[in-house]
Design a protein around this ligand. Structure first.
Ligand code: TMP
Length: 210
């Protein structure tokens, strides 16, 4: 059986984790091995970088360029150690965020050069690119409201959640622009609705690739 790599993108609060789990159950029920992983992170080394990227909090700031290289280092580690071998074994890999997050957050929101980001993303992943990307779309206002009331993140917001509405609006527009440029790969699914309704919409796209 052919392996398959599917990524999920979207803002905090879009319900990616819930949808990843529902999709994993759906894929397992069809007799396929399916693993869930995430970026930044997914391997022990990359998880250490994740901690630094998300929660670094000292007098010495992390500069945009440094943040970018930390993300790409975590990504290269993740791809070579976990994602590529799993896909080669024939498994389905579901990843919570991947390089479109770099384009949206570091590119569209932080304002880094999109061409340079593409070169670095390509360098980090080699030939290991997602077959399908589900973009769970949500307004930043709604995203803020959902993360503010989410129990596990109350009072512990990471460096990205602390950014303002303008930043998160740029992230959303960035994701929508990526979807416009790569409509074959990136499918937009509204994050408004019950988890089951959203899951059904996602399954319609996933059915075609697994
Ligand atoms: P999350 O796992 O809770 O979504 O947190 C990851 C954060 O890292 C999220 O706010 C988006 C950010 N991020 C980037 O800025 N660039 C990237 O390339 C990735 C993968 C994540």
């Amino acid at each position: 059986m052919k392996g398959c790599f599917i990524t999920f993108e979207g803002p905090e609060g879009a319900g990616k984790s819930t949808q990843l789990r529902l999709l994993q159950d759906y894929i397992n029920a069809r007799g396929r091995e399916c693993l869930i992983t995430r970026e930044p992170g997914g391997t022990p080394v990359a998880e250490q970088l994740r901690e630094l990227i998300k929660h670094h909090n000292s007098e010495e700031p992390i500069f945009d360029e440094s943040e970018l290289f930390l993300l790409e280092a975590a990504r290269a580690q993740h791809v070579h150690y976990l994602i590529e071998p799993a896909v080669k074994r024939g498994d389905v890999v579901l990843c919570d965020r991947f390089y479109d997050s770099t384009t949206a957050y570091q590119g569209y929101a932080r304002g880094m050069d999109l061409e340079k980001l593409k070169l670095l993303n390509d360098f980090a992943v080699g030939t290991c690119k997602p077959t399908l990307t589900i973009l769970l779309d949500l307004s930043p206002e709604e995203g803020f409201e959902r993360t503010a009331t989410r129990e596990e993140t109350q009072n512990i917001h990471d460096r990205f959640e602390l950014e303002n509405l303008e930043f998160h609006t740029a992230v959303r527009n960035g994701f929508l622009e990526i979807a416009k440029q790569e409509p074959e790969r990136v499918k937009i699914v509204s994050a408004v609705g019950t988890p089951e309704e959203i899951h059904q919409k996602i399954v319609e796209f996933v059915k075609d690739v697994i």
